[in-house]
Design a protein around this ligand. Structure first.
Ligand SMILES: [Cu+2]
Length: 156
């Protein structure tokens, strides 16, 4: 079979590019640890308030300056609200919803996830600066959606 010289160049170019893309993707996923937000953990939405860890919502210390913030997003509040977090803390947010889909956006940070009923939605963020952070619901969830917000205070 005869392949034109220019076609061979393009083939080689395409294969090299494919290799570059897969290498970047591989390094990003396996070495840098970039993963999609995990929703592998399931929960019965009708039993959220009886199921651990959501039976005790709040900030729980799990290590040296490491915390787990267990939160329930429900029309039209976040429980608990107005949480205080020490500066420098690495916080894993665990959020679920007993009713409809909500949003969980920590303004000014990359923390932004969909809160899907039946799933334990989680993300980890380290608070390097003191200040106030707004948590907003950014998925339309009903008539009180525009009032669905709370704050996180990061204190020294
Ligand atoms: Cu909403």
């Amino acid at each position: 079979m005869h392949i034109h010289k220019l076609e061979k160049y393009w083939l080689v170019f395409g294969i090299i590019l494919l290799g570059v893309f897969l290498t970047v993707l591989g390094i990003s996923a396996f070495a840098a640890g970039n993963q999609p937000a995990s929703d592998a953990d399931l929960i019965d939405p009708a039993k959220v308030h009886q199921t651990a860890p959501f039976d005790k919502p709040g900030l729980h210390k799990i290590g040296d300056n490491e915390y787990e913030l267990v939160m329930v997003a429900q029309a039209f509040t976040f429980t608990p609200g107005n949480v205080e977090i020490p500066k420098g803390a690495k916080v894993t947010f665990l959020v679920t919803s007993p009713d409809v889909v909500h949003g969980f956006q920590l303004t000014g940070t990359p923390v932004n996830m969909m809160v899907v009923p039946g799933h334990i939605n989680s993300l980890t963020y380290t608070f390097d600066e003191a200040g106030e952070f707004l948590i907003l619901c950014n998925e339309y969830c009903g008539t009180g959606h525009h009032m669905m917000a709370t704050k996180i205070k990061v204190v020294d």
